[in-house]
Design a protein around this ligand. Structure first.
Ligand code: ZN
Length: 146
């Protein structure tokens, strides 16, 4: 997948060198995503996320997920999800403000997700974040459609 991404980067280097449809994101035993900005091609049929937890702490102590929402709504979603616990992925059940979300993973675990961006608006500010309590204030990045 990385090889394909490299080719795409070469082809699209005049528009945006980092735009893609597939993203491999790593997290560990700290409050950091391996990327802090995602530029997604508007032509992507689906956006494919793989979230790998390379740390060793269990999900209850250092769980991470990847959640996408409008930038203006991510805090409210994270607050609303605090009471649902690990079993609820620290997300409010059925909340329509959540555009896409993986489950929570702990050390050594991996999860993936594919979703459509057909209904997203490139002029809207979107954010990705980890909804684990205490994480979302710093584990947050920019999701752009280019
Ligand atoms: Zn986290």
């Amino acid at each position: 997948m990385r090889f394909i991404a490299v080719i795409l980067v070469l082809i699209t280097s005049l528009s945006d060198a980092r735009a893609a449809c597939n993203f491999d994101i790593e997290v560990g035993d700290s409050l950091v995503f391996s990327i802090n900005e995602m530029s997604v091609e508007s032509t992507c049929e689906t956006v494919n996320i793989t979230l790998s937890h390379t740390g060793s702490l269990p999900v209850e102590a250092m769980g991470h997920n990847w959640v996408l929402s409008k930038e203006s709504e991510y805090q409210a979603i994270a607050m609303a999800g605090m009471s649902t616990g690990v079993v609820g992925n620290y997300l409010p059940d059925g909340d329509e403000r959540i555009i896409a979300a993986t489950k929570l993973v702990g050390g050594g675990e991996e999860t993936s997700l594919s979703f459509s961006i057909a209904n997203l608006d490139s002029s809207q500010a979107y954010a990705f974040f980890c909804s684990f309590p205490g994480h979302w204030g710093v584990m947050k990045g920019v999701f752009k459609i280019v």
